[in-house]
Design a protein around this ligand. Structure first.
Ligand SMILES: Cc1cc2nc3c(=O)[nH]c(=O)nc-3n(C[C@H](O)[C@H](O)[C@H](O)COP(=O)(O)OP(=O)(O)OC[C@H]3O[C@@H](n4cnc5c(N)ncnc54)[C@H](O)[C@@H]3O)c2cc1C
Length: 336
């Protein structure tokens, strides 16, 4: 009893008299539009970037922003697209004087041997994932929980691995887990095939700059430990001359990368919270028959990766929709 339409893009949610009655979607190639009617509810699950885009394309959002994009307001909800949060990460790399990291182990024809060894014997570096150690750390001792996540990679890894560095080395990723900076997702135009406008606002809060700066210094302290003497030679990125707060900040600004954990743009909130987009049952406030179920509903970014928490949100939503007795938090709990 499920029809799954692929190669299609949802262009808007159909709303009649305050009730979501279905969706309109377009074939990706022909752009021919079709409408699908909902018998009970519409469930919007397009992620933290595109759920707010689709809501805004449907006239659900901040009236001023909708008017600016040439869209008539169907339901005023100023929180749509606001409160964007994401995890920002920097990678520090050191050269390794020994031919033992990924570079030497898969140089030239060795890549072939790696593949054969794995396929035939399930052995060798082909079965490793190279992010073999990590840590959750506090950037200052008075914090009640970690605010930095660290991964160690056995390669010189910059620019998501797109910058090829032909030498042995290792990299420490350091990611700030609890950003205070907030961005937003808006519309560039009323065209559903246009990309949304993403204002990430990374590092706009001083606390975020401080935490990452401290993370850089902590990673250097780890790399300089005597146990790593045989494996570490010069610091490649950012380089030892990047030392002052200003220099580290500038390097972070130039080198930091998202690790793709956007959340918060249709955030859940209690009654009376004007910026809340959905309630505790993930129903869009002020409309009937429409829920948002994805990472966008998180009010605050979790202090870790977002995939499992998003699956958990979806599982819980499935229980709520089916009317199973899983206790949903009430608005007072969310407010607390
Ligand atoms: C490169 C990358 C690496 C990641 N690595 C990790 C990791 O290691 N660990 C971890 O925990 N998390 C990771 N994440 C984050 C994790 O994938 C997300 O937090 C999670 O997928 C969010 O789920 P979601 O349902 O909110 O959105 P999504 O998974 O993005 O699902 C939204 C879906 O909606 C579809 N969609 C959007 N707009 C439309 C439209 N207009 N019409 C029709 N369909 C539409 C999209 O195609 C997509 O399939 C990674 C993300 C990326 C991008």
């Amino acid at each position: 009893n499920l029809t799954c339409v692929t190669g299609a893009r949802t262009t808007r949610i159909l709303v009649e008299d305050g009730v979501a009655t279905g969706v309109e979607y377009a074939d990706e190639k022909t752009r021919v539009r079709t409408q699908a009617k909902a018998i009970r509810e519409v469930l919007l699950c397009a992620g933290a970037v595109q759920s707010p885009q689709i809501l805004q394309l449907s006239g659900i959002g901040d009236p001023a922003a909708l008017t600016a994009a040439g869209i008539e307001t169907v339901h005023a909800l100023p929180g749509v697209g606001q409160n964007l949060q994401d995890h920002l990460d920097v990678t520090l790399s050191w050269a390794c004087p020994q031919p033992i990291t990924i570079y030497s182990q898969r140089k030239g024809l060795k890549t072939l041997l790696v593949g054969i060894n794995y396929l035939l014997f399930k052995k060798g570096i082909g079965r490793r994932q190279f992010l073999e150690s990590g840590a959750f750390l506090k950037s200052r001792p008075d914090l009640d929980r970690p605010d930095l996540q660290v991964h160690c990679v056995l390669a010189v890894m910059q620019n998501h691995g797109k910058t090829v560095v032909n030498r042995d080395g290792f990299t420490f990723h350091v990611c700030q887990l609890r950003p205070e900076s907030r961005g937003r997702v808006g519309l560039r135009s009323a065209d559903p095939f246009d990309d949304p406008a993403i204002f990430a606002n990374y590092l706009s809060a001083e606390e975020d700059r401080r935490a990452l700066r401290e993370g850089v210094r902590m990673m250097r302290e780890v790399a300089r430990q005597p146990a790593l003497d045989p494996y570490r030679s010069e610091e490649l990125f950012p380089g030892e001359n990047v030392e002052s707060d200003e220099a580290i900040d500038a390097w972070i600004r130039s080198a930091a990368e998202t690790i793709y954990h956007p959340v918060g743009t249709c955030r859940m909130g209690a009654d009376g919270d004007p910026m809340a987009v959905v309630d505790a049952q993930l129903r869009v406030r002020g409309l009937k028959g429409l829920r948002v179920i994805d990472a966008s509903v998180m009010p605050t970014l979790v202090g870790g990766n977002t995939n499992a928490p998003t699956i958990m949100i979806a599982e819980k939503a499935a229980d709520m929709i089916r009317g199973l007795p899983a206790p949903a938090p009430d608005d007072a709990e969310i407010a607390a």
